[in-house]
Design a protein around this ligand. Structure first.
Ligand SMILES: Cc1ncc(C[n+]2csc(CCOP(=O)(O)OP(=O)(O)O)c2C)c(N)n1
Ligand SMILES: [Mg+2]
Length: 494
């Protein structure tokens, strides 16, 4: 009798064992689950728009290299998740989106809030048609090991049913590791070999393990380049790190190499730009590596036989700030710890940050790389902050946003305030949407006041340093509004 476990309880038991935090917004079609989560040990972070939940789960997944979970109701709750799920899909981020649905008997019958939910299945969706826990475990595994967002769509009437498969308590109960480790020695015969490292190299390592990759890569006496999401995987100050390649990075090294050894890059158009793409593809060797431990990664490189050849002299000419906008971004970068996690939104500030920052650790910059999503920055930085708390990652979190993108999800300042999240939120107020048009802005400082968040207004670059110094000593958020002129970007490689 007392042995019967309701599906809602079983799902939350499973989640309790596998995640610490969930980003959610309630609604009728998820309420039994929402209430069950509220009564559990899971931190249930109520956002103020489901887009916030999706971006927070994404930021959380990127910094922890684990799974980020968001929860939204059917219909409008789920449609609000569309842009964050697409963003996670394009950047290979493990976001698990649990969505609501009306009772099964009403599906397809034009019931209140009922629509087909396939639109969230950019990669994969599970429609849970009976109260089996194996659905939850499978979705979890698919999301975590394939580094893609997965939808788990659950009709509301299932929650009261008796749960089946309750012997499954964590995803490891059904996870079978079929992949053989690629430990076989690989010969790479090249006179001018070049490594290209993408974020796939992170596999399912923890953040603390990710920090150890740099040393391994520095020991290979071979030039190393990275994609943007993988920047800092090897300290960009290291003698053999050429750094970022592609649209906003170096092209010469890619063109001059006789073989490019790709580990973990999807070879997007940001990395292999249009004009040289075919040429580069023809000399690329792809190595499939999804390390589950740092030991596995270390052994792989020890067994890899590449002729030691540091055939490039590192070009240390970095982009220098020239106008007001780039100077002010540079002031921010110089005054925060070099290992702070910078989260950007999409716009000119993203490009200036990319060009001016030397990345010394993995995830030194987190951005919406392949979808370029405005509105990503603030909520993603919140997710990153929760990730650093849950996984004891001792890092400052700094948001650098444009004035346009900041306003897109400004309501999530309430989450910052309620949880007293120490995030330095920098809004670059150029009164412009990139080069597209001028904009009028509200008074951002008054907005921060309304949320009871400390704030300041900066006109001169030289005032940035002292404000940041004061901020770093305190334990609360700060909104720093930086007035700036607009400034043209240098031309990208295309
Ligand atoms: C959701 C979304 N809408 C529109 C765009 C197109 N877009 C790219 S950058 C940009 C302007 C960004 O302006 P702002 O946030 O003020 O940053 P700034 O360029 O001024 O640094 C726009 C409209 C986009 N990338 N994402
Ligand atoms: Mg702007």
């Amino acid at each position: 009798m007392g042995d019967i476990i309701k599906f809602s309880e079983a799902v939350v038991d499973f989640l309790e064992k596998n995640v610490k935090t969930i980003f959610s917004y309630p609604g009728e079609q998820v309420l039994p689950l929402y209430n069950e989560i509220e009564g559990s040990s899971i931190k249930n972070i109520m956002v103020r728009d489901e887009r916030g939940a999706g971006f927070m789960a994404d930021g959380y997944a990127r910094i922890t290299n684990y799974i980020g979970v968001c929860l939204a109701t059917a219909g409008p709750g789920a449609t609000n998740l569309t842009t964050p799920i697409a963003t996670a899909y394009k950047d290979n981020s493990s976001v698990l989106a649990i969505t609501g649905r009306c009772a099964k008997k009403y599906i397809g019958k034009n019931y209140f809030q009922e629509i087909s939910m396939d639109f969230l299945n950019f990669y994969k969706g599970y429609f849970v048609d009976n109260a089996e826990l194996s659905y939850i475990a499978k979705a979890f595994i698919n999301c975590l090991f394939n580094k893609k967002p997965v939808q788990l769509n659950i009709p509301v009437d299932l929650y009261n049913e008796e749960a089946k498969d309750i012997n499954i308590t964590t995803y490891t109960d059904i996870y079978r590791d079929d992949e053989t480790t690629s430990n076989n020695t690989k010969e790479i015969d090249a006179k001018k070999p070049l490594f290209l490292i993408g974020q796939g190299i992170f596999g399912t390592l923890s953040y603390k393990e990710m920090l150890k990759i740099s040393k391994i890569l520095q020991e290979i006496n071979c030039p190393i380049t990275t994609t943007f999401p993988a920047r800092g995987v090897v300290n960009e100050k290291a003698y053999n790190c050429i750094g970022l390649v592609g649209r906003r990075g170096d092209l010469k090294s890619l063109l001059n190499a006789d073989k490019i050894i790709n580990i973990g890059s999807s070879l997007s158009y940001n990395t292999y730009v249009e004009s040289v793409r075919e040429k580069l593809l023809s000399k690329t060797i792809n190595i499939d590596l999804k390390p589950k431990s740092i030991k596995e990664l270390k052994e792989f490189f020890e067994n890899l036989n590449v002729k030691n050849n540091n055939w490039i002299t590192k070009n240390n000419d970095k982009f220098q700030p020239f106008g007001d906008y780039s100077n002010k971004i540079y002031e921010v970068i110089k005054n925060i710890p070099e290992d702070a996690i910078i989260v950007t939104d999409a716009g000119k500030h993203t490009v200036f940050t990319c060009l001016l920052k030397t990345c010394v650790i993995p995830r030194n910059i987190i951005s919406s790389h392949s979808f370029g999503t405005m509105g990503f920055g603030l909520p993603a930085s919140i997710g990153v902050k929760f990730g650093t708390i849950d996984f004891n990652i001792d890092r400052e979190v700094v948001l650098i946003s444009g004035d346009g993108g900041f306003l897109m999800n400004v309501e999530e300042l309430q989450v910052v305030a309620e949880n007293n999240l120490k995030i330095l939120m920098v809004v670059m107020k150029n009164n412009n949407l990139a080069e597209f048009c001028k904009i009028k802005n509200p008074n951002f400082n008054k907005i921060a006041d309304a949320f009871e968040i400390d704030n300041c207004y900066i006109e001169k670059a030289e005032d940035i340093g002292s404000e940041i110094k004061g901020y770093l000593k305190k334990d609360k958020p700060l909104l720093m509004v930086v007035e700036t002129e607009n400034e043209q970007l240098p031309k990208p490689n295309i």
